[in-house]
Ligand binder design. Structure first.
Ligand code: MTE
Ligand code: MO
Length: 318
C-alpha cells in the first residue's frame, strides 16, 4: 500500500509484506516463540501502557470478545505514512509531532460551524472504552481497546444541513516533523471520507485514547476516527478538519491508486484487492504457527452495519 512517487506498482506490496514479515520473524525468534509461548504471554513483551491517563467505561455492547493485542503491538506496528512507510517508522519518528495547542475545525454544510480545542472535544461526551477489531487492507489485523465516543455526538453539535451527505476528515500537516510528507508518497494532507449515515453510525468512534491512555503520536494523537467495519486506511489520524459536504470526496488513497482503493472500503473477503486476496488475515501478535484468520464481511460488524448498504453492489462500490 504505497502511493505514487515511490516504486513501481508491481513491486509495491511484496516488498512491504516481506519487510514486515522479516521483522515479524526476527521479533518472533527473539521473543516468546523461542519458548513456545504465544506473543503476549510474557509481560515484558507486552509493554506497559504509557502516557497521560484517559478514564473511560467499557462499553460491552460495542466490544468484541477477542483478546486485545498488547500495548507494544498496537504502538510499534503502525501505518502512518506521514512518518514513513515502514511499520516501525511511526513509533520511531512521530514523537516530533507538535500536539499542543490542538484545534479541530468542523464546518461546511452545517448551521453551526465550530472550532474546538482538544479539551472541549474531550468533554463533549462521556469517554467509553471499546474493544474493536482493526483490519488493514494489507491483510493483517489487530484487536484494540480504543477510548472515545461516537462521532455522531460531535456531528449533531454542528447541526448538519440537508446538503450534508458526506464527511471529509483531514489529518494535520507538519512537514518539518513528518519525513513521509517531505518524501512525497501521497498527495498530502491525508484525507478520508465517509457517507453521512456511516459517520452517524454509533460504531464510528471519535478516538482519543487506547488502553486507558491518551493516544500515542504514532496511533494518531491527539484524536482520530476509528471505523471498525472498513479497512484501516479509512480511519484517518491526527485530525484538524472535519467538513460536511454534498459531494462524495476523493480520498488520498483513491487519488493515488483509484483501481485499488475505493471510497467505501468495507472489509469484504469476497472482493480481492487487485494484487492479493482479502479472504484471510494475519493476526498480529499470534504465534508463527497460528493459522491465518478468515476475514469476516464488514470485519464481523455486518449485523450492525450491513443495512447501510442495502441495494448497493459492493463489488462495484469497493
Ligand atoms: N493520517 C493518516 N492516517 C492513517 C494512515 C496514514 O498513513 N496517515 N494509515 C491508515 C492505515 S492504512 C491504517 S491500517 C491505520 C492504522 O492505525 P494504527 O497504526 O493506529 O493501528 O491508520 C490509518 N490512518
Ligand atoms: Mo491499513
Amino acid at each position: 500500500m504505497r502511493g505514487r512517487n515511490d516504486i513501481r506498482p508491481s513491486e509495491i506490496t511484496p516488498e512491504a509484506v516481506w519487510q514486515s514479515r522479516r521483522q515479524w520473524l526476527r521479533q518472533a525468534a527473539a521473543g516468546s516463540l523461542a519458548l513456545g509461548l504465544p506473543w503476549g504471554a510474557r509481560a515484558e513483551e507486552a509493554g506497559d501502557p504509557q502516557g497521560p491517563a484517559l478514564a473511560g467505561t467499557r462499553n460491552p455492547e460495542f466490544s468484541v470478545e477477542d483478546p486485545p493485542n498488547s500495548w507494544r503491538d498496537i504502538t510499534t506496528y503502525n501505518n502512518f505514512y506521514e512518518f514513513g512507510t515502514g511499520k516501525a517508522d511511526p513509533s520511531e519518528n512521530a514523537d516530533g509531532m507538535r500536539l499542543e495547542p490542538w484545534q479541530v475545525r468542523i464546518d461546511g454544510a452545517v448551521r453551526r460551524p465550530l472550532t474546538l480545542d482538544l479539551d472541549d472535544l474531550l468533554r463533549l461526551a462521556p469517554i467509553e472504552e471499546r474493544v474493536y477489531r482493526l483490519r488493514c487492507v494489507e491483510a493483517w489485523s489487530m484487536v484494540v481497546p480504543w477510548m472515545g465516543y461516537s462521532l455522531s455526538h460531535l456531528l449533531k453539535r454542528v447541526e448538519p444541513t440537508g446538503d450534508a451527505r458526506y464527511v471529509v476528515f483531514t489529518t494535520d500537516l507538519q512537514p518539518e516533523a513528518m519525513p513521509g510528507v517531505r518524501a512525497g508518497i501521497l498527495d498530502w494532507p491525508y484525507t478520508e471520507g465517509l457517507r453521512m449515515d456511516e459517520a452517524m453510525h454509533p460504531l464510528a468512534l471519535l478516538t482519543f485514547g487506547v488502553y486507558g491512555r491518551r493516544l500515542p503520536p504514532q496511533n494518531g494523537a491527539p484524536l482520530r476516527v476509528v471505523v471498525p467495519w472498513k479497512y484501516g486506511f479509512k480511519s484517518a489520524k491526527s485530525l484538524v478538519h472535519i467538513r460536511l459536504q454534498a459531494e462524495e470526496p476523493v480520498s488520498s488513497w483513491m487519488r493515488a491508486a483509484p483501481r485499488e482503493y475505493g471510497f467505501y472500503a468495507n472489509v469484504n473477503p469476497a472482493v480481492p484487492h487487485p494484487r492479493w486476496s482479502q479472504a484471510t488475515e494475519r493476526r498480529i501478535g499470534t504465534s508463527l504457527f497460528a493459522p491465518l484468520v478468515p476475514t469476516q464481511p464488514f470485519n464481523g460488524y455486518g449485523e450492525q452495519v450491513a443495512g447501510l448498504y442495502q441495494g448497493m453492489d459492493l463489488r462495484r462500490n469497493f
